[in-house]
Design a protein around this ligand. Structure first.
Ligand SMILES: NC(=O)NCCC(=O)O
Length: 383
C-alpha cells in the first residue's frame, strides 16, 4: 500500500457500511473525533505544497473555577526531499525549506506548539553504521543553524517549536546525542531533552553513533502547557512515559523513525496506552518514505546486504487521556496534523480514574531498587 494518502482510517471509511461506521469508530477510536474547520487558505496551500492537512479537536467539560485551556498542536511528518548522496548542506537546506512551508500553514491554522519528526534535518542513516557523511549532520542544540532557523520560526509565528536533531555537544568532547531542542514562542531556547533509550534491533544501529541520554525526564513549562519529548524507542518503555508524567507533562511528543515490518501493529497502541495510563495527551510522529543509500549495509542478522532500512509509515496521530484518538495521517505522504485540545481534560480524567492515586509508586520504587541490585533474588514461590 504505497500510493496516495492511504491510511487504515481512510480504508475503514471506504469499506465499512455507513450505518456501522460510527459504532466501529466508537470501539476502535473512542468515538468520532471532532473535525476542525481549518481556514480555506491553509487547505489550498497544503494542496499546492503537496502535503496532507487534517484537523481534529478534543473537548473537556466546562468547569466553574478554571477556564478552558485550549491549545493547538501541530505534528509534521515528511519524506526527505533529496537523495541521500546529495551534499549535506544542500539536504539540510532542502529540509529547512520543506518544514518552513509546512510550518507557515500550521501558523495559518493557529498552531501554538509544533513538533517535527525524529532527526528531522537528515536521512535516518544510522542503519549504515558509516560515520561520514552522516555525523556532519550533527549540530549544536544551543546555537546550531537548525536551532537558529527554528528560533526565527518560533518568533515569527509565536509558536513553541520542538526540534529533534542529531546534536553535537562540543563542550563534552564533541559527542553526539539524539536530542529534541525545545524553543519557546519567545524564540529563546528553553532547553533540550535527549533520547533515553537507544535501539539495538534490526537495522536500527543508532548505538554506533550516540549513547542513552542523560537529561533524565525534563519537562518544559511553556505558555501553552507543560510538555515533554519521549523520543522514538522510549515509546516501548512505559516507565519512560510515566516519569515525564510524574514531572507534570500534559502533552508528551514522541518524534519517531520506525518502519512497517518492525512496529506498525504496535504504533496505534503504545502512545495511546501511555495517554490513558498517564492522564495526558500523547503525540507520536513518524517519518514517511523509503530512504536509499549508495553503499549496501548489513546488521549481523543474516540478511543479504541491502540499500534501505524499509518503509517509514507516517501515521502520526494524537491520543487523549480519555483513551480516544484522532485518525492517523497517511502512511505515504507528507502531512500536518492540527489538533485542538483542552488541557483541562487531563485533570478531569485523572479525577475520574485516579491512576496517580491508585498507582503503588512506593511499592514499585522499593521493589525496583531491590531488583537492580546484583544480589537480587526474584520473589517467586516454588512448589
Ligand atoms: N528511531 C528508533 O528508535 N527506531 C527504533 C524502532 C522503533 O522504536 O520502532
Amino acid at each position: 500500500m504505497d500510493g496516495g494518502a492511504w491510511s487504515v482510517e481512510s480504508c475503514l471509511e471506504r469499506h465499512v457500511p455507513p450505518e456501522e461506521l460510527a459504532e466501529v469508530k466508537r470501539i476502535l477510536y473512542g468515538g468520532e473525533a471532532r473535525k476542525l474547520c481549518l481556514p480555506a487558505a491553509a487547505v489550498t496551500a497544503a494542496q499546492e505544497r503537496d502535503f496532507e492537512l487534517q484537523g481534529y479537536g478534543f473537548e473537556a467539560a466546562p468547569e466553574q473555577l478554571r477556564r478552558p485551556r485550549v491549545v493547538r498542536v501541530g505534528l509534521i511528518q515528511n519524506k526527505i526531499p533529496l537523495p541521500t548522496d546529495t551534499a549535506v548542506a544542500i539536504q539540510v537546506a532542502a529540509l529547512h525549506k520543506r518544514i518552513e512551508e509546512i510550518v507557515e500553514v500550521a501558523a495559518m491554522c493557529g498552531v501554538n506548539i509544533v513538533c517535527f519528526q525524529e532527526a528531522w534535518t537528515m536521512p535516518f542513516a544510522f542503519c549504515t553504521r558509516e560515520k561520514l557523511p552522516w555525523t556532519e549532520f550533527a549540530e549544536s542544540a544551543e546555537d546550531g543553524p537548525t536551532t537558529k532557523f527554528c528560533q526565527e520560526l518560533a518568533k515569527k509565528y509565536n509558536m513553541v517549536v520542538v526540534s529533534p536533531i542529531l546534536e553535537r555537544d562540543e563542550i563534552h568532547g564533541g559527542t553526539l546525542w539524539n536530542t529534541a531542542v525545545v524553543i519557546s514562542n519567545s524564540g529563546a531556547v528553553l532547553g533540550k531533552s535527549r533520547k533515553n533509550h537507544i535501539p539495538r534491533i534490526g537495522d536500527f544501529n543508532e548505538s554506533t553513533y550516540y549513547m542513552e541520554g542523560n537529561t533524565r525526564h525534563t519537562v518544559f513549562q511553556t505558555q501553552f502547557g507543560t510538555i515533554a519529548v519521549n523520543i522514538c524507542y522510549g515509546r516501548h518503555h512505559p516507565l519512560n512515559w510515566l516519569m515525564y508524567s510524574i514531572n507534570g507533562a500534559e502533552i508528551i511528543f514522541n518524534p519517531s523513525a520506525t518502519i512497517g515490518s518492525l512496529s506498525e501493529s504496535m504504533w496505534p497502541i503504545e502512545a495511546r496506552n501511555a495517554a490513558i495510563a498517564n492522564h495526558c495527551f500523547t503525540c507520536p510522529i513518524n517519518r514517511v518514505g523509503t530512504e536509499y543509500y549508495k553503499n549496501a549495509f548489513t546488521s549481523g542478522d543474516g540478511k543479504k546486504a541491502h540499500h534501505d532500512l524499509g518503509h517509514f509509515y507516517g501515521s502520526s496521530y494524537v491520543a487523549a487521556p480519555d483513551g480516544s484518538r484522532t485518525p492517523g495521517l497517511s502512511r505515504t505522504m507528507d502531512g500536518l496534523l492540527v489538533v485542538e485540545m483542552d488541557l483541562n481534560l487531563c485533570r478531569q480524567v485523572s479525577d475520574k480514574w485516579n491512576f496517580k492515586m491508585t498507582g503503588r509508586y512506593e511499592m514499585y520504587a522499593e521493589e525496583l531498587s531491590d531488583a537492580v541490585q546484583p544480589e537480587f533474588i526474584p520473589n517467586i514461590i516454588r512448589e
